[in-house]
Design a protein around this ligand. Structure first.
Ligand code: HAM
Length: 423
């Protein structure tokens, strides 16, 4: 007999299986709850956009645009790209739909899949999910701090532990340009000691040298001047307000001048949340201020700040820290009918219970008590409802608490009530 070849999912694109869904739902609920409290509304944009949006928005020279985009010509001959991040799309929508005209300040959040052709590894996929937020219309360190405080509360709400927040200021565009000139000279002087990738970065993507994982590049970086030390008075003062506001809100952080971010649109505040439980890909949030992007994409000059959370990485942290007790019992009842009559009564009861809002399950065929009980235990039901000849005659169900082992006979008509009120 010929066996057909199995079709696999595409490399770096995973299924999210039912076992993992509780983590995702917890993340989504925390987002709606916490972000809602800070005045953010949800926005949903298409997965596919005009390639020019990302080339112009993220920056032609960036690694994402140069090497990682899923770009192709559609059937009409247009170049389109699967979004590698959410900010450029949100900004496009903000401009296209004149959201700025509704209120001077716009607070949006989004969630959904993003696509980057990266080398897959733990915590790094080609289709991954981000939750992001963008606050547009204000150039104030108070807005930057508000976002970071919101994130810290979100981390708390999810019960994530051992999380580290690192912050930096990248200065204004002018400050950065002057600094980069100086840095380029120093990089050139050490060209031969840099890794191949960093040698390329000297001309295109200087700041990313600070992000290089290569040990000898890291050692060299210690001796290069830091952007944070060459900021003007105003940028310095703003950064201080940002840090002081975090302290007031009891958000712990450290200043790391090496946080440079990988996309071109950033200036001034930049930040990352990391957790060692993740291994080498340890950043699960990245964000910062971007005051020129809206104008760059054809909108009115509008300052903005935002961040993106890598959901897969948050799930990895939750799993590592067992934030979700997967061994716990789930409220609900598994009905067990021991013969044809009992089984029919159970099927009717199943429907009634579901209509009353109770989570209820049972088999589709009469099977042995042992086999039905095995499934009830496997699904971690808190209750089993057993019906045999005796129960059928008395119109009762033997309600067994699988957690404590206690059992009692309950009238069929009272079953829903006793389950809703916790047995
Ligand atoms: P990003 O740093 O490129 O920023 O991505 C944000 C987060 O997405 C990262 O910290 C990481 O957790 C997650 N992430 C990125 N690439 C992958 C991948 N291949 N697999 C799994 N997770 C990944 C942005 O995307 C900006 N749009 C954030 C932002 C919003 N800045 C301002 N507003």
């Amino acid at each position: 007999m010929s066996k057909k070849k199995k079709i696999q999912s595409i490399t770096g694109m995973s299924d999210i299986l039912p076992d993992e869904i509780p983590y995702w739902q917890k993340i989504e609920e925390a987002t709606k709850e916490v972000f809602g409290r800070y005045g953010f509304s949800e926005i949903r944009t298409p997965l596919l956009e005009d390639t020019a949006l990302f080339a112009r928005g993220i920056g032609e020279g960036t690694q994402v645009v140069q090497k990682e985009m899923y770009t192709f010509e559609d059937r009409g001959g247009d170049m389109v790209t699967l979004r590698p991040e959410g900010t450029a799309s949100v900004v496009r929508s903000y401009i296209q739909n004149s959201l700025y005209a509704k209120d001077a300040i716009t607070k949006l959040y989004y969630k959904g899949p993003m696509f980057r052709y990266e080398r897959p590894q733990k915590g790094r996929l080609r289709q991954f999910h981000q939750i992001g937020a963008e606050l547009m219309g204000v150039d104030s360190p108070l807005a930057d701090a508000e976002l970071v405080i919101m994130l810290a509360r979100w981390v708390q709400c999810l019960g994530l532990k051992d999380v580290v927040l690192q912050v930096n200021s990248l200065g204004t565009v002018a400050e950065r340009a002057a600094y980069l000139q100086d840095l380029t000279k120093q990089l050139e002087a050490k060209r031969d000691e840099l890794c191949e990738e960093c040698q390329e970065r000297i001309t295109k993507n200087h700041l990313r040298v600070f992000d290089c994982k290569n040990r000898s590049c890291q050692a060299l970086c210690k001796g290069f001047p830091k952007l944070l030390d060459s900021l003007g008075e105003e940028s310095k003062a703003e950064f201080n307000v940002f840090c002081d506001t975090l302290k007031e809100a009891k958000v712990e952080f450290s200043i790391n001048p090496l946080i440079v971010r990988g996309l071109d649109y950033y200036e001034k505040t930049a930040f990352e949340f990391t957790c060692d439980a993740l291994g080498s890909q340890n950043a699960f949030v990245g964000g910062g201020r971007y005051n020129n992007l809206v104008e760059e994409l054809g909108g009115p000059a509008t300052p903005a700040v935002g961040f993106g959370i890598g959901c897969e990485r948050v799930v990895l942290i939750m799993q590592a820290q067992k934030a979700e007790q997967d061994a716990s019992f789930q409220d609900g009842i598994y009905l067990i009918g021991l013969d044809e009559n009992s089984f029919t009564l159970c099927r009717r009861l199943l429907q009634d219970l579901r209509d009353q809002g109770v989570f209820a399950e049972m088999d589709y065929n009469v099977k042995s008590m042992k086999s039905q009980m095995r499934r009830a235990n496997k699904l971690r039901f808190k209750y089993a409802g057993i019906v045999g000849e005796e129960e059928c005659k008395n119109n009762t169900v033997l309600l067994k608490n699988l957690e404590s082992g206690e059992q009692e006979a309950v009238n069929v008509g009272d079953l829903g009530m006793s389950l809703v009120s916790g047995g």
